[in-house]
Design a protein. Structure first.
Length: 132
């Protein structure tokens, strides 16, 4: 199906951009070209060029971790919920999210957005399971 090939190529591009932004947020001294090349020369990049959801999964993984780094907990929960809806093992990001909110719990951050974001993670998984 031609639409599947085009969407997989589109999400490979979004995964590349999200990965570069993710790397620069966590390791600002890394050259963006090196970060992009690291993603594109790995052997499993072929999964990003066929009709699998690997590139979509990588896109939302990078976006979720980037939102956790910037302490946008509601946005991180939204991306994590989408991530757990893409693949079942995407729900494991909940552990990283939980560690991040526990580290910020007493800092005066908005606890409501933290807990709401945390609730979005299993919601994505539940929607995926309802689809199955």
């Amino acid at each position: 199906n031609l639409a599947l090939v085009f969407t997989s190529k589109f999400f490979l591009f979004t995964a590349l951009v999200a990965f570069i932004v993710f790397v620069l947020a966590w390791q600002p001294f890394v050259n963006p070209w090196v970060a992009g090349a690291t993603l594109l020369v790995r052997p499993c990049v072929m999964f990003g060029t066929v009709g699998y959801s690997e590139s979509l999964f990588l896109t939302f993984s990078c976006l979720a971790f980037l939102a956790i780094k910037k302490q946008g907990f509601l946005v991180a929960g939204l991306f994590s919920g989408i991530l757990s809806g893409i693949r079942i093992d995407g729900g494991s990001i909940g552990f990283a999210y939980l560690v991040a909110i526990l580290r910020q719990w007493n800092s005066g951050a908005d606890r409501t957005s933290m807990l709401l974001g945390l609730c979005l993670i299993p919601l994505g998984l539940a929607l995926y399971m309802a689809y199955l």
